[in-house]
Design a protein around this ligand. Sequence first.
Ligand SMILES: [Zn+2]
Ligand SMILES: [Zn+2]
Length: 167
Amino acid sequence: MFLIFGIKRIGHKKVGYGKDYCNSCQNEAVVERYRWFSWIHIFFIPLIPVGYYSHTRCTICTNDPNAKVRTSLWQKVLFLMVIAGLNWVLYQDGLLDDLSYGLAIKLLAMLMLLGCGYWIYRGRADVSKKERRKQLTPVDQKICMMCEGEVVVAKKTHCSRCKLEVF
Ligand SMILES: [Zn+2]
Ligand SMILES: [Zn+2]
């Protein structure tokens, strides 16, 4: 006998919407938040509760607005060190001197090193997500975007008609 089991999502629904900066498409976008409850099912019968999960989706590109799309600084520095090491090896006396295209390889390696340095330098100007969030124009706090019901501004701002949270 074989066992069929896995994760079953129950009550998957939209619970809110709001403005955010989307990392995936790099736009200021309306994002939707979904929430569901996960169960481990055996033969499609939910048996073990796992917990609540939520997911945010960008309405422009449908991807995760918090997705990690940028290379982090330490990854760039690591890359720079690898290229610097490569340069050091290539510029050793005699290694490439017998090759007719040895000089071209050396120059290419040097260009890669410079390019990488510039890449790190440019990255300093990148605005953090936190900064971008401060600049967002908020969504309408009076009329619900989804159902045109009245929005109630409270600790947890929500629409009085469709109950979606507005953030
Ligand atoms: Zn997007
Ligand atoms: Zn509504």
